[in-house]
Ligand binder design. Structure first.
Ligand SMILES: C[S@@+](CC[C@H](N)C(=O)[O-])C[C@H]1O[C@@H](n2cnc3c(N)ncnc32)[C@H](O)[C@@H]1O
Length: 277
């Protein structure tokens, strides 16, 4: 089968790390997390994984893989909770990359929309066939015209996993406010880190992308204060690593859990949920 090429040092490449992380986590910590799609997708990519493979047994790399998995488990928790109340809602994966969380939450009646840059969507289309009730949209998320294609009449839950670190603060704010205007009773879920976390955890990626200064970028030190954008939005925030699951699973070391506590505490890793009026 023909392999699909992913270029190095592009925004597109940022989708590789969480994808590979989910594959690794499924192999190393199957009691905690399995992603049936990730392994199959990695095999279909023409991408040099050797650098990631070399690091895959290191403690910090394992922790990175756990980060990718915990984030997806948190998103799944929020999506399922929303679908319990709105079973025919549209699940919208913002900056989807090659993530198939929408499908993992499919209840047989919801709709699924995946949005990313056109070049990423073109790669996605070659690798993942659109199924019934599913649609891909190639668009910059900051060009809000993609929302014209998303029907939220039966409810809509939007989630962005590992995406807003590349956005400016005003871009995330304006996206959230526009969604809250258009999708009454909708929900937006996204992860964030504090300024220190953004500097430490994203430094290599941001440098590769030519971004030197994190000041204008989106980081959240205090969700209740920093995300207080509208009276029509109810905000809830939980710890990203330990807010939803205790990570007490075979093969997970206590040192991983200690680092998870530091991540949620000092690095301010959070999952933020905005419920619209
Ligand atoms: C770190 S990857 C995460 C991918 C996926 N959410 C996951 O968890 O595997 C970031 C994704 O956000 C997308 N992205 C970043 N900025 C974007 C924008 N302005 N519009 C659309 N997609 C964007 C990238 O193309 C990439 O696929």
């Amino acid at each position: 089968m023909e392999k699909i090429r992913i270029e190095k040092n592009t925004v597109q490449e940022t989708l590789i790390v969480p994808l590979y992380g989910r594959k690794m986590c499924s192999e190393k910590f199957p009691d905690l997390y399995t992603d049936v799609f990730a392994e199959r997708l990695c095999d279909r990519l023409d991408y040099d994984f050797s650098e990631l493979e070399k690091k895959s047994n290191s403690f910090f790399y394992e922790f990175g893989a756990l980060e990718a998995a915990m984030r997806q488990l948190d998103m799944i928790w929020e999506i399922r909770e929303y679908l319990d109340k709105h079973p025919r809602a549209t699940i919208v994966n913002l900056g989807c990359g090659l993530d198939e969380t929408g499908k993992a939450c499919d209840n047989g009646s919801c709709r699924i929309v995946n949005v990313d840059f056109p070049d990423v969507i073109s790669v996605r289309r070659q690798l993942i066939p659109e199924q019934e009730r599913e649609k891909n949209i190639g668009c910059d998320l900051n060009d809000h015209s993609w929302m014209d294609e998303v029907d939220g009449s039966d409810g809509a839950i939007f989630f962005a996993a590992g995406v807003f670190h590349y956005f400016r603060k005003d871009e995330v704010r304006s996206l959230a406010l526009e969604l809250s205007k258009r999708y009454s009773k909708g929900r937006l879920v996204f992860d964030s880190v504090g300024k220190l976390g953004l500097k430490l955890m994203m430094s290599k990626t941001l440098k590769n992308m030519g971004i030197r200064d994190v000041d204008g970028l989106f980081y959240v030190n205090n969700p209740e204060r920093d995300l207080n954008w509208s009276e029509g939005i109810t905000l809830t925030s939980k710890g990203y690593m330990l807010g939803y699951h205790d990570m007490k699973s075979p093969h997970i070391r206590s040192s991983h859990r200690l680092l998870a506590r530091i991540g949620d505490g000092m690095m301010k890793m959070s999952i933020n949920r905005m419920d619209f009026e």
